[in-house]
Design a protein around this ligand. Structure first.
Ligand code: PLP
Length: 402
């Protein structure tokens, strides 16, 4: 009989998409999905438009156009202190999602264990599952989302092949500091592991925090796949331009799987991004960070006022907040209650944690998820949308004090 693949057997619709659909139904304000509503920088738009008009609309080399690879190499040297050869060590990808997918297919086998810090970005876990790998979770604890080195060490088994890091993180906003990265690097070297590091929010940093690329630590360049992209920095989530940086030893295999799924990243749009990297001054990145810091303050203050304790993010543009006082027994019900009461959509916290099923003594099963009391809000919105959303959220305080 015809049937689904084993990989498709467990798929569920993403909570983020579900909340976006629910939000549209009530014409609410979507603080669920991480799409930036801010304008695309002028050189990026102009570069892409000129490239399209100049006829640069065909397939290009599978690892991207030379001018973008070279611009990425200069950016890596300047901002990340990573020295990478644009010809042999940089792969332009269809979003950072394409880079992560290619790395998983190129470097992981079914049943390999991969350590993932929790709360996690769902695509990381679902991509690992899609290629048959097994995520092993290590807890990040609020409010600072630190982890226990002991727990991380215990999570490593003979089957462990890689560790996934996301810094600044989605949904926690955690920025891994040098000491934490050094301890992860030490374990990766000792146990001969890959590190997949998703640094897509590298320019979204608050309170003077520093972004450190783990590939720059001793002995890490050869085992690290550094993944990033321009969706967030240039507000071009629909353009699908990202990249992977890795040793020349791994790049051909990543390129092979990327080619298989995407052939290449959109060609004219690569030109736009290259132009942005070349022309935008350093102040662009600094100003963006400070604009987002203002939005972070506005949203966190509002959440605090309405009694939903926010875990103030160190980076990225999401806030996890305590939503246990909203009606419901899980975060999905709480997110729906918030949407109905205020017209503001957030993502149920359960989307970022694995579900634990335990057999009890009386033969029943106990199901738990550490995200049940949490909601994630995104503040990558225009100022007026965010002000409007915060105004609507205030209604909650009014109605609960009635
Ligand atoms: N990585 C993280 C941690 C994200 O939060 C997102 C988007 O929300 C992505 C990757 C997707 O990036 P891209 O648009 O480059 O595929």
């Amino acid at each position: 009989m015809i049937s689904f693949s084993k990989a498709a057997g467990g798929i569920v619709q993403s909570e983020i998409r579900i909340m976006s659909i629910e939000c549209e139904k009530v014409r609410g304000i979507n603080l669920a999905q991480g799409i930036c509503d801010t304008p695309v920088p002028e050189p990026v738009i102009r570069g892409a438009e000129e490239a399209m008009r100049a006829g640069r609309n065909s397939y290009v080399r599978l690892d991207g156009i030379a001018e973008l690879r070279q611009a990425i190499a200069r950016k890596l040297e300047r901002d990340n202190h990573i020295t990478a050869d644009p010809d042999t060590e940089i792969l332009v990808s269809s979003g950072s999602t394409g880079a992560f997918l290619s790395a998983c297919f190129a470097l992981l086998d079914p049943d390999d264990e991969v350590i993932v810090f929790e709360p996690y970005y769902g695509y990381h876990v679902n991509t690992l599952l899609a290629c048959g790998a097994r995520p092993v979770y290590v807890t990040l604890r609020p409010p600072d989302w630190g982890f226990s080195l002991d727990e991380l060490t215990r999570a490593i088994s003979p089957r462990t092949k890689a560790i996934v890091i996301n810094s600044p993180g989605n949904p926690s906003g955690k920025v891994f500091d040098r000491q934490e990265l050094e301890s992860i690097a030490e374990l990766a070297r000792r146990h001969d592991l890959f590190v997949f590091t998703d640094e897509i929010y590298e320019y979204f940093l608050y309170d003077g925090r520093e972004h450190i690329s783990i590939a720059t630590l001793p002995g890490m360049a050869e085992r690290t796949i550094t993944i990033s992209g321009f969706s967030k920095t240039y507000s071009i989530t629909g353009w699908r331009i990202g990249y992977a940086v890795c040793s020349a030893r791994w790049k051909p295999a990543l390129g092979y799987f990327h080619d298989l799924a995407f052939i290449c990243a959109p060609s004219a749009l690569q030109v736009g991004v290259a132009r942005g990297l070349e022309e935008l001054p350093e102040s662009f990145y600094r100003e963006m960070s400070s604009e987002y810091a203002t939005k972070r303050r506005l949203l966190c203050e509002t959440l605090r006022e309405i009694g939903m304790k926010p875990y103030v993010p160190q980076g990225s543009y999401y806030v996890l907040a305590e939503a246990g006082a909203l009606p419901g027994t899980n975060s999905k019900q709480r997110a729906m209650a918030l949407l109905q009461e205020t017209g503001v959509a957030a993502v149920p916290g359960e989307a970022f944690f694995h579900t634990n099923v335990e057999n009890t003594k009386d033969g029943n099963q106990e199901v738990s998820n550490a995200g049940a009391g949490l909601l994630r809000f995104c503040f990558a919105k225009t100022e007026s949308d965010l002000l409007n959303a915060c105004g609507r959220l205030q209604r909650l305080a009014v109605s609960s004090s009635r």
